[in-house]
Structures are given as C-alpha cells and as structure tokens.
Design a binder for this molecule. Structure first.
Ligand code: UDP
Ligand code: MG
Length: 326
C-alpha cells in the first residue's frame, strides 16, 4: 500500500476532499493551498479537491479563495461563503454536509495541522480504519494557562460523560464518507464536533505530531472564548450537572437539619439563645445561592431545548460555486 517514502501509491481512484474552515485567514490561504497540494500531488491514483468554508471573514479571505478557483478550477477548489460569522462548528457542518469525497479531511487554514500527515492518514483508512485523527503530543508555544485548562477539561469531561475524548486530539482528521454521513445526520443546532465525532462511534486511530505555531495571523480564540467552548461541550453532552445539583440540594437540606437540631439542643441546654440573626442571615444567603445555582443550570438545559425547538438553520450560505443537483 505504501512504498518506503510512506506515501500510499495504490491506484485506488479515490477522491480526497479537504475541508477548510476559514475566518480572517487572508495571509494563510495561499500558503495552505500550496503546502497541502504539494503533499497531495505526490499521491498516485487519488484525486483531490478543497472545500473552503469562508465563515464570514471581514478581510480578503474570500477573494483569495476565488483567485484559487480561477487558477485551478471549480473541480479542484470549491467554496461556500457564509452570510456572517457562524463559528467554526457551523463551518465544519457546512463542509461535511456538502462534501463529495470518499475520504474527507478536516484541516485548519493556518498550517497548524501539518499536511505531511495526510499520506499516513490515507494509509490508516485504507488499512480498514474509519477515521484517522491527529493528536498533539506537545503543546510547545501554547500559553501555560491554556494547556492547564485544556488538560483539566479533558479529564473532567471523560470522567463524567460517556464520551472518550483523547487528550490533545485535534479536529484534524480524515474520515470515510460513511462516517461523514453519520456526523451530518446528527442535526442538533448546538454542535460540539469533538463530542459528535466521538459519539457516532466508528473506529478511530490516532497519529501523533508536535505542535506547530500558526503560519500567520492570530488565533480566533480568546481565553473566555475557550472557557465558553468547554462549558458548551460540557452542557451538550453531560446531564451530570443537573443530577449533581440534586445531590447538592439533598446534602444542603441534610446539613441544615443537623444544624437546626444542634441549635435546638444548644438553646434547650441554655448554652446559646435560639434567636441568632446572624445564623439566619447566613442560611438565607446560602440557600438563595443554592436556588440560583439550581435555576441557572436548569435554565441552561431549557435554553438548549428552546434552541432545538426553534429549528433555526445552522448556517445561511450567501454564495457557493457548488452546482445544485438537477
Ligand atoms: N475558524 C472559523 N470560524 C471561527 C473561528 C475560527 O472558521 O469563528 C477557523 C480558523 O480560520 C482556522 C480554524 O477555524 O482555520 C482554527 O482557528 P484558530 O487557528 O484560530 O484556532 P486555534 O488553532 O488557535 O485553536
Ligand atoms: Mg490555529
């Protein structure tokens, strides 16, 4: 299947499609295309194409993509351009939904996902796996605080949900058409793709790579953005917080009963008078906090139900060069 260069050369006639979500990536579009094409051109017996999802970029990302279309043609370079920024999750969905490749790979536009891994990924899929994911084994160049929270997130989410997210597992994956179809069939609005890819099952194998810094531009993630992302992942797949709150309520009620008994005993024994405004005030504040916490979490789930019921489209495409099937 592969010669000693590690490049699969079996004449399979399979089509490889690279899905690239882009948001303000004008400095990366060309370099990404050149680097990735260089690797894919070495594969014999495969055809390949790119599907760029312009996620409402405010810079010249779209015109950079269009100039690639002009140079290489509609068959090699496809794009969908969103009406505004819908977020990476929506861009991924749009890419998967419109993909036509036999093997579909998801890659960031900033070259942080080394294209040199693609031949190895193809080899793994040809070897019978449904999906091959890339896993960062180092976090070189990443802020320490981000690494810390990221590791903690994986540990917590794997412990309390049915998901098994691999530490350092990135969105950089190649998968079969069948797996892509399964992912698209989950039509939930609030998407957490890492969880969905784990949830649909299929056989995923991981290959490792060293962290690479962005080719140009800046990350689209602020620290608060990442916290929101982690919380979103958590709420999308875990019902544990809801249950944990019930337990918390139970423990609080139990301790308040014990505390009340203690106060009653102390007042009966004449150690301390029953009327203790400080205690009441403290209890009042404490219970108010608990109630707000419970309401907050229930509200979070209700918000999800509300969004699902509304049935909003996941994205609104403004233009595309994909011909509608007649
Ligand atoms: N991205 C996107 N929509 C967004 C934010 C990011 O399509 O709202 C794309 C971005 O252009 C890049 C990929 O998602 O191709 C990963 O983003 P980024 O490099 O900023 O994330 P990081 O690598 O820092 O986690
Ligand atoms: Mg990046």
């Amino acid at each position: 299947m592969a010669d000693n260069t590690g490049i699969p050369n079996r004449v399979s006639g399979k089509r490889i499609e690279i899905i690239v979500p882009c948001y303000n990536e004008e400095q990366c579009i060309e370099a990404f295309f050149d680097e990735t094409s260089k690797v894919l051109d070495c594969l014999e017996g495969y055809t390949y194409s790119f599907l760029y999802i312009n996620d409402g970029s405010k810079d010249s990302t779209l015109s950079k993509i269009k100039s690639l279309v002009d140079r290489y043609g509609d068959d090699k370079v496809k794009y969908i351009s969103f009406a505004r920024n819908f977020g990476k999750e929506a861009a991924i969905y749009a890419g998967f939904e419109n993909s036509i490749g036999d093997y579909v790979a998801l890659m960031d536009a900033d070259l942080q996902h080394p294209p040199t891994l693609l031949p190895q990924m193809i080899e793994k899929i040809e070897g019978g796996h449904d999906c091959c994911g890339a896993r960062r084994i180092s976090r070189k160049g990443e802020p320490v605080i981000r690494s810390f929270f990221s590791k903690a997130f994986y540990r917590i989410i794997n412990n309390i949900t049915a998901m098994n997210l691999v530490q350092g597992g990135s969105d950089y994956r190649m998968m079969t058409k069948q797996m892509v179809k399964a992912i698209v069939s989950l039509s939930e609005r609030e998407r957490f793709i890492k969880g969905i890819m784990s949830w649909v099952g299929f056989d995923t194998v991981w290959i490792s790579y060293e962290n690479v810094e962005r080719y140009a531009g800046t990350t689209k993630w602020s620290f608060m953005g990442l916290i929101r992302y982690a919380w979103h992942g958590f709420i999308s797949f875990a019902t544990t917080p809801l249950r944990a709150v019930v337990w918390l309520g139970f423990i609080v009620v139990l301790s308040s009963v014990i505390y009340g008994i203690r106060l009653a005993y102390m007042s009966l024994a004449g150690i301390r008078p029953w009327q203790d405004t400080t205690t009441i005030l403290m209890l009042l504040v404490f219970f108010s906090g608990v109630v707000i916490c419970i309401l907050g979490i229930i509200g979070e789930y209700m918000a999800r139900i509300y969004l699902e019921l509304k049935g909003r489209p996941i994205y609104i495409s403004k233009e595309t060069n994909i011909q509608a099937e007649s």
